[in-house]
Design a protein around this ligand. Structure first.
Ligand SMILES: Cc1cc2nc3c(=O)[nH]c(=O)nc-3n(C[C@H](O)[C@H](O)[C@H](O)COP(=O)(O)OP(=O)(O)OC[C@H]3O[C@@H](n4cnc5c(N)ncnc54)[C@H](O)[C@@H]3O)c2cc1C
Length: 257
């Protein structure tokens, strides 16, 4: 069965070091950072490309973000996705509810024009904020079957066979299509964009739609960092003279009487 697939990705800062916050504590100071997407989303993109290769159809990649997020869409197009959608905003007052609301509205509009997406894939959580909310909120709003944090996916006719690892073993599900799934890192080995893919991606279409956050009743106030505790080592003495103090500390910790 030909598959019409949508994958939602989010631009995040590519950080190897310490993250700095802006002066008002509301944003990550991204002036000296590069950008990427989360490994979960890379696996979702890879899975969509593999399914369309095997079954035929089309794979669309969507992001809601600033104009610069087009780079992450182009990266996915270079890997093999067919078209992109940028829900463009320069507003930073978005929360998971509002993002899910805008993505759902855009899916409904695209489906009215081009038919239903058989599969909508998300990462299980974004690698910066990690709310693990957007995918499940969209599934609920569209009233479609959904499994969160999957490690395996096969398409058989009009059903998706899904695996989800837990501490106790592997859960196996069957979902009727259309369905919404969120993907966990490790499900596959994402390909790198090839040089040919990167050149071809420049010609692939990206639709740009302006969006603004709705009032969903939830307002983010401020991020507070956990205070950093400096490590404190107290030298009780050296050699046998330290023994009495060591015993005293062990008594205080109630490890000896
Ligand atoms: C342009 C922009 C600026 C922002 N600025 C701020 C800010 O200054 N301060 C602040 O506190 N918060 C800000 N946010 C909101 C915040 O960063 C989170 O994006 C939001 O709360 C969603 O939660 P999450 O990223 O943890 O998503 P999760 O629920 O963890 O994401 C799960 C999955 O949903 C999908 N997804 C999530 N976000 C998007 C997206 N934007 N587009 C497409 N797919 C997506 C991805 O597949 C992702 O793997 C901003 C968001 C945007 C888009």
């Amino acid at each position: 069965m030909e598959m019409n697939i949508l994958v939602c990705i989010k631009q995040i800062p590519d950080v190897g070091g310490k993250i700095k916050l802006s002066d008002d504590g509301r944003e990550i100071d991204s002036r000296n950072l590069g950008f990427t997407i989360s490994p979960h989303e890379e696996c979702a993109v890879e899975q969509a490309i593999q399914i369309v290769k095997a079954e035929g159809g089309s794979a669309t990649v969507l992001t809601l973000g600033i104009a610069d997020s087009e780079n992450q869409l182009r990266d996915s197009l270079a890997r093999g996705m067919n078209k992109g959608v940028l829900l463009h905003t320069e507003n930073s007052n978005w929360n998971a509810n509002q993002i899910a609301h805008a993505i759902t509205a855009s899916i409904k509009r695209m489906e009215a024009d081009n038919g239903t997406f058989d599969l909508i894939l998300f990462g299980v959580e974004s690698a910066d904020r990690g709310n693990a909310q957007v995918g499940v909120l969209v599934a609920h709003a569209l009233d479609r079957p959904s499994v969160n944090g999957i490690n395996g996916l096969e398409i058989e006719g009009d059903v998706a066979l899904v695996k989800r690892d837990s501490d106790e073993g592997t859960e196996n599900y069957e979902l009727g299509l259309p369905a919404v799934l969120s993907v966990k890192d490790g499900m596959n080995l994402p390909r790198f964009p090839s040089l040919k893919g990167t050149v071809m991606a420049k010609k692939k279409p990206i639709e740009i739609i302006a969006v603004e956050p709705d009032d969903t009743g939830v307002r983010f106030l401020q991020f507070e960092r956990t205070p950093e505790h400096s490590k404190q080592a107290v030298i009780l003495g050296r050699g046998p003279e330290a023994a009495a103090d060591v015993v005293q500390v062990l008594k205080q910790l109630e490890l000896v009487r």
